[in-house]
Design a protein around this ligand. Structure first.
Ligand code: ATP
Ligand code: MG
Ligand code: MG
Ligand code: MG
Length: 480
C-alpha cells in the first residue's frame, strides 16, 4: 500500500501532493460545514489533522469516524491553518476500516487514570501516554544493543528454562509436564522428577548471569538481554513477576572496571533517548507537570523530567561503600513524618528502599554506586574482600527508583568459592558445570544486571512499573 506514516509526512510536509494515511481516530469535532479529525497511527505522538468537507465525504462515513475507529484517508496535503503543525490533509476519500461503537469503546477522548488504563491494558497503547512510553522503551532497547555492539560485546541468548536459581531467593516458577494432581512418586513418597520432561526439576530463569559467566569465559565480553521471572510476593511499584534484564559479563574486569562500564552505559542510554525521543519525552514531561500541579507543594519533585535526565547523564555518580552509607544513615536526621527504621547497630542489614532513596534523593541528590556489601546479604558468587566480611558487590541507586543495577566482581578462586558454597548450603554437585569455569582457565571477571523496566521507568518518569511493560505480570494478573 502507498500509505505514508504520520511521522514521515510531518517531516516532509509535501504541500500540494496527494497522500494516504491509515490510523485510528482520536477525536472528531466540527460543525455541519466542516469536520476535523485528529488521526494517530502510532508513528509519533502527534495527531495529524484531517479536514473533511461534507460535500466530498458522505455523511454516513463521517458519522462512523468516531473515537477509536480505524480509517484510511486520501487527500491533499495543505499548509496548516492552525498552530503548531506544518501541514494537514484535505480529505478527498475516507474509508472506514474498522468501526468502534462509541457506546462501548472504553477509551473516550478524556484523561483516563493510569489505574483504569491498567485494567484495559489490551487497549491502552492507543493513548498518547502509553504509545509514548512504548516508543521510548523501543529506543532504549535499540540503544542497549547498539552500545554493546559498538564496544565489541556479543549478545548471548541464555536459556529461559534452567535448573539453577542464581539468586537463591526461592522465587522461581516451576516448569513441569507432570500431572501435579497425580504425580509419579518415589518410594519415599516424594515426586519422581525423573519422569518429568527434563528428567529433573526445572524452572524459569531468574537471571542469565551464571550462563553469562560461562560465555564470558570464552568470548571475553558478552551481554544477555532477555526476560526473567520471579514469583515476587511483594506488591510494589518496582517489581514484576516477568521483567527484562540486561546482563553484561566481562572477563578481565575488576570491580572498578565494572562500575565504570555501568556508569558509562547508563549515561549513554539516557543521552540516546534525549537525542532520539524528544517529542515523546516532552509529552511525558508535560504530563508529569500536569500531575504535579494537583499535588501539595512539598510533594512536587524538584526537577522536571528532561532536566533530571540531563543532570544524570552529565554528572559523575557518587561512589561509596556500604559501610560509609550506614554511617550516613546513622547520622541522618529522620524527617518529621517518617521515622527512620535504621537502628544504630544494624551493620549487616540490607538497605530498604527508603534508605536507598534517602541516600540518593536527600543526601547526595545524585545517582549512587554503593559497593562492598556484607557477604551475608549477597549471593554466593560475589568475590570476597580482604576484610573477610564484605564482598565486591555493587548496587546502583537512582532517584525515584532506588536500586536499578545490581552487580559484582565474581569469585574466581575455586577454593574460596566452594568454601562459601558450603557455608551457604549450596549443593556443589549440581553446580559442577559452573565450577568448571573456575577449574579450567579461571580469571577475574565481573558483571551486572540492569532491570530494563526500571530504566524505562526512570527515563519516562512513570511511577508504576506496571505502566512501562505492555502486558504486566504481577500476582493475579496474567489474562492478557
Ligand atoms: P530488589 O532489591 O529491588 O528486589 P534485587 O536485588 O532482588 O532487586 P537483582 O537480583 O540484583 O535484584 O537483579 C538485578 C536488577 O534487576 C535489579 O537491580 C533491578 O533493576 C531488576 N529487578 C530485580 N527484580 C525485579 C523485579 N521483580 N521486577 C523488575 N525489575 C527487577
Ligand atoms: Mg528482589
Ligand atoms: Mg536488592
Ligand atoms: Mg540486587
Amino acid at each position: 500500500n502507498k500509505r505514508v506514516k504520520i511521522k514521515a509526512l510531518l517531516a516532509q510536509s509535501p504541500i500540494g501532493e496527494t497522500a494516504t494515511l491509515m490510523g485510528w481516530v482520536r477525536t472528531k469535532r466540527g460543525n455541519k460545514n466542516v469536520s476535523f479529525i485528529a488521526l494517530n497511527d502510532g508513528s509519533t505522538i502527534t495527531n495529524y489533522q484531517i479536514v473533511a468537507d461534507p460535500n466530498l465525504i458522505p455523511d454516513d462515513i463521517l458519522k462512523k469516524c468516531t473515537t477509536g475507529s480505524c480509517i484510511k484517508v486520501t487527500g491533499k496535503v495543505v499548509e496548516s491553518q492552525g498552530s503548531g503543525q506544518s501541514s494537514e490533509l484535505n480529505a478527498e476519500k475516507i474509508e472506514v476500516l474498522g468501526e468502534a461503537d462509541p457506546e462501548k469503546y472504553p477509551l473516550q477522548p478524556k484523561k483516563h487514570s493510569l489505574e483504569f488504563l491498567r485494567e484495559i491494558a489490551h487497549l491502552r497503547m492507543r493513548t498518547n501516554t502509553f504509545s509514548a512510553v512504548f516508543r521510548v522503551r523501543h529506543a532504549l532497547a535499540f540503544a542497549v544493543n547498539k552500545y554493546f555492539n559498538d564496544k565489541g560485546f556479543f549478545y548471548i541468548h541464555t536459556p529461559i528454562i534452567t535448573a539453577s536459581d542464581a539468586e537463591g531467593a526461592g522465587e522461581t516458577f516451576k516448569v513441569t509436564t507432570l500431572d501435579l494432581q497425580n504425580p509419579p512418586k518415589n518410594e519415599d513418597g516424594s515426586i519422581n522428577f525423573n519422569e518429568d520432561f527434563f528428567e529433573r526439576e526445572a524452572n524459569l530463569t531468574v537471571s542469565g548471569q551464571l550462563e553469562g559467566e560461562l560465555a564470558a569465559m570464552a568470548l571475553s565480553e558478552i551481554y544477555t538481554f532477555g526476560p526473567t521471572f520471579r514469583a515476587e510476593n511483594s506488591n510494589t511499584t518496582r517489581h514484576l513477576a516477568e521483567f527484562w534484564m540486561i546482563e553484561p559479563e566481562m572477563a578481565f574486569y575488576d570491580a572498578e572496571d565494572n562500575a565504570d562500564l555501568a556508569e558509562d552505559f547508563l549515561k549513554y542510554l539516557i543521552r540516546y533517548v534525549l537525542e532520539h525521543c524528544q517529542d515523546d519525552l516532552a509529552f511525558l514531561e508535560n504530563r508529569l507537570l500536569e500531575e504535579e500541579k494537583v499535588k501539595p507543594a512539598d510533594q512536587r519533585s524538584e526537577m522536571a523530567l528532561l532536566e533530571k535526565l540531563r543532570f544524570v547523564a552529565e554528572n559523575e555518580f557518587v561512589r561509596i561503600t556500604y559501610t560509609e552509607s550506614i554511617e550516613i544513615l546513622r547520622n541522618s536526621k529522620p524527617n518529621k513524618k517518617k521515622k527512620f527504621q535504621f537502628l544504630i547497630d544494624e551493620w549487616g542489614a540490607d538497605l530498604q528502599s527508603e534508605h536507598e532513596r534517602y541516600l540518593v534523593e536527600k543526601h547526595f541528590n545524585k545517582p549512587v554506586i554503593l559497593t562492598d556489601y556484607p557477604k551475608e546479604i549477597k549471593s554466593f558468587y560475589m568475590r570476597q574482600n580482604e576484610d573477610g566480611r564484605t564482598v565486591a558487590a555493587m548496587d546502583i541507586l537512582f532517584p525515584g527508583i532506588g536500586e536499578i543495577v545490581g552487580g559484582s566482581q565474581r569469585e574466581e578462586r575455586l577454593d574460596v568459592l566452594t568454601a562459601r558454597m558450603d557455608e551457604m548450603n549450596i549443593p556443589k554437585e549440581e553446580m559442577w558445570w559452573f565450577l568448571d569455569t573456575r577449574r579450567f582457565g579461571s580469571t577475574p571477571h565481573a558483571g551486572f544486571g540492569l532491570g530494563f523496566e526500571r530504566m524505562v521507568q526512570f527515563v519516562t518518569g512513570m511511577g508504576n512499573i506496571r505502566d512501562v511493560i505492555a502486558f504486566p505480570r504481577t500476582p493475579g494478573n496474567a489474562e492478557f
